[in-house]
Write a protein of this length. Sequence first.
Length: 337
Amino acid sequence: MSQQKGYARLSNDLWRSPTAMKMLAVNPAALAYYIAAISYASDNLTDGRLDETVVRYVLRVPDDVIDYLVDEGKWEPAADGGWMIHNYAKWQNSRADIEAARAKDRERKTRRPATTPTKKDSERNPHGIQPDADVNPTTPFNQNQNQNQNQNTSSHEEVGEARASAPATAAAETRSESELIDVWEPDASCIAYADELERAGHPRVDLGALATRFRRKLHARGLAAYKLRATPKALSAEFCTWIDTEVTILTQQPKPAAQPTRHMAESSAHRHTWDCDHVQARMSPHEADYDHERHGWGASDWMTACAAEADRLNQAEGLTDPTDEPEHAALAEGGAA
């Protein structure tokens, strides 16, 4: 093991290179052992050579990881046993270069006169090993480089692969606006807000039905119409304003007058309203044809059209009564917040 502190070269982009990303996804242990092997070879000046004894009993690399690294071409079987780290000599300094640099450094120290009463370098470092403070920042060998210098040197073989993968943009990973709307559901903040309003005495909102209408409206008009960012949090924040509006509508609706007892078959009949699922399903194909902006506190053109459709359905199904108020009239009186 080397007595001098040095550094092996690895690309800053190693973590997002295709090879490293594959290892992280398929065999994370292989990446750890691969880097450990580079460090071992650099520390012991093996020029990328890994003896089988070292691999199995020093680095303790499992057989399945060895097979994986060989299959991926990261370790190449040597003719006399052991393995060679692929392209090690291309990116790391060789043993011969490092030893030549050390010899040159020792020669320089022997020629330099002592200028202080402290010990000479040759006495402090009998083997010509420099401390960190004596490192020459212009020396091109990684055994005499500090960490900042490493960032400006050539990287290991992964740098080329990493740059090849760089054109992948965030846009490719971003879901489309339509997909975002489809998968959105009221989150915990929306549910908590509806619960808070109910505890305060306001009517309970059917979040499932309201969320269906919310998604339908976003599909019809687009997020830009509501000045919303394409994020789930932005949609949830806007949905909370819909909860407010729905609570106001439910609060302002007049309570139905007591009706005489009717036949059981009649009591189970569904009376259509402007926002019931039946009406919304029939009107959905025409939603974009109507203005959704409210007229002051009154109903929007869309709500009025839905109310008229509800009246037609009630009449067609015989659900009207002389004492019943038409849906569009009730909507106009109750207002729409």
